[in-house]
Design a protein around this ligand. Structure first.
Ligand code: UD1
Ligand code: MG
Length: 488
């Protein structure tokens, strides 16, 4: 049976999160490319609720801004004073009006919860015709959680918070995860009768269970076998543990789909990354954001890629790439930095100690060593000599260089933009190119060499260099006519 669309999902995110000891709102802490709240919203989105309502309070400006950016369809409801989880949901219902049908409520700090588990909760709720259904699990250590109190027949009677529980209740291992499905109308009615008569002096949402039971309605539970998935995050130790678990889950799904991950323990992949079957990820690699690695491409060891596309069969080694597009069978690194706007064509190469930015590098073109290419367009099958710089910044503005196809830029060139080098042109090593080079021309832009004979022996007499020069001269005099051909 498929679950029907809930009228609303309400996410509780107004709490302070004191134990995070952070200026950032607890629910905005990130793992695997999304905030905790983002993971909860992604799980909730699977239910296709008619409305998504997020309760905000502490550091609400941050949360509101985050939602505007990442979940613009979510509506926010302000809870001015944190009067408890029941108070939070009551504020929502008072502000948005009655919600008819199924209403799902979830804590905002459970990033490991799967969408399928929420769907199972809604299915159980509807199949059993419950007024309230609680997601539960059996924790090895239930300290701090609300305990599920069941009757002799196994039916759910109430939830008792840890602080309010007696010894016998504290021995119960089944706990309230903090996710619920309610009948909207009965929830609204019950919340009006929740009191603050408890250890915290707060309105507990959990009291709704006993209230609807008292009214003669059914309450139920959906028990999750894997308690790890239900863990909340309250401090940075738990955040790191949740990140590790989520990462393991993401990698496992990729490996089952045919991706090779050589060392899962040193590989970190964000939730939104796409990896095709037969992509190979080597140790020490982090893939962030909307990165995509296509079939047969090899990334790593030690790469950090953000919003980068790696084409089929490409190889990327020891590189940092941000918003770059690497064409099929292209090669990057070792030790390359591809910055935003870099686009490598098929079989292009960006080699060792090369940095690129806003650079279009055509099919088969090579930038093999020690070079900066910024604001440039390079055609096909050209070669940029070692140790060259595309001088794109005049201190005020950035300028563009345009290099044609089959061009050979010599080593140690300064390509001073704006400038164009035509198809098939060459430039001499050590040139400072400030003027356009027409197609097929050889651009030479350097001083002509002159040798001052005997300078070292005259100016540095007695030095090891002068001694070496003297020996070489003497040996040359012994074998006349043995000089290098063409030597001046
Ligand atoms: C709650 C449950 C407990 C459950 C546990 C699971 C209650 C009374 N207890 O306890 O049974 O085992 O979660 O983690 O609900 N929040 C607001 N406004 C408030 C208070 C809280 O939005 O006024 C939000 C918090 O930001 C958080 C969530 O509600 O996301 C839960 O609040 P928290 O104080 O952590 O409740 P627990 O004591 O953990
Ligand atoms: Mg909590």
């Amino acid at each position: 049976m498929s679950a029907s669309r809930p009228a609303a999902v309400i996410v509780l995110a107004a709490g302070e999160g004191t134990r995070m000891k952070s200026r950032t709102s607890k629910v905005l802490h990130e793992l695997c490319g999304r905030s905790m709240l983002g993971h909860v919203l992604a799980a909730a989105a699977g239910l296709e609720p008619e409305r998504t309502l997020v309760v905000v309070g502490h550091r609400r400006e941050q949360v509101v801004e985050h939602l505007a950016q990442h979940a613009p369809d979510a509506e926010t409801v302000v809870q001015e004073r944190q009067g408890g989880t029941g108070h939070a949901v009551r504020m929502v219902l008072e502000q948005v009006g009655a919600l008819r049908g199924t209403v799902v409520v979830t804590n905002g700090d459970h990033p490991l919860l799967r969408g399928e588990t929420l769907a199972d909760l809604v299915r159980t709720h509807e199949a059993e015709g419950n007024a309230a259904t609680v997601l539960t699990t059996e924790m090895p250590d239930a300290t701090g959680y609300g305990r599920m109190v069941r009757g002799a027949d196994g039916s759910v009677q109430a939830i008792v918070e840890h602080k309010d529980a007696d010894e016998a209740q504290r021995a119960i291992r089944e706990i309230n995860v903090g996710m619920y499905a309610f009948d909207g109308a009965l929830l609204a009615d019950a919340l009006k009768r929740v009191t603050t008569d408890n250890a915290n002096g707060e309105e507990y949402l959990t009291d709704v269970v006993a209230i609807v039971r008292g009214d003669g309605h059914r309450a139920g539970a959906h028990l999750v076998a894997d308690w790890v998935e239900t863990q909340g995050v309250n401090d940075k130790v738990q955040l790191a543990q949740a990140r590790r678990q989520l990462n393991d889950r993401i990698l496992e799904a990729h490996m089952r789909a045919g991706v090779t991950v050589v060392d899962p323990s040193s590989t970190w992949v964000d939730a939104q990354v796409t990896l095709e079957a037969d992509a190979e990820i080597l140790p020490g690699t982090q893939l962030h954001g909307a990165t995509r690695v296509e079939a047969g491409a090899r990334v790593g060891p030690n790469c950090t890629l953000t919003d980068t596309r790696v084409g089929a069969g490409a190889v990327v080694i020891n590189a940092v790439c941000v918003q770059a597009e690497i064409g099929p069978d292209a090669s990057v690194g070792p030790f390359a930095y591809l910055r935003p706007g870099t686009r490598l064509g098929r079989k292009a190469k960006v080699g060792t100690y090369v940095e690129t930015k806003a650079a279009e590098i055509g099919e088969g073109t090579k930038v093999p060593h020690l070079t900066y290419v910024g604001d440039a367009e390079i055609g096909e099958y050209s070669n940029i000599g070692a140790s060259s710089v595309f001088v794109n910044y005049d201190g005020v503005e950035k300028h563009q260089s345009v290099i044609g196809s089959h061009v050979k830029v010599g080593s140690d060139n300064m390509i001073v933009a704006p400038v164009e080098i035509g198809d098939g042109a060459y430039t001499a090593a050590g040139s400072v190119i400030v003027q356009d080079v027409p197609p097929g021309a050889m651009g030479v832009a350097r001083a002509r060499q002159r040798n001052i004979e005997g300078w070292v022996e005259r100016k540095r007499p007695g030095s090891p260099a002068a001694e070496a020069a003297r020996r070489a001269r003497a040996a040359g005099e012994d074998t006349p006519g043995d000089g290098a051909p063409g030597g001046a």
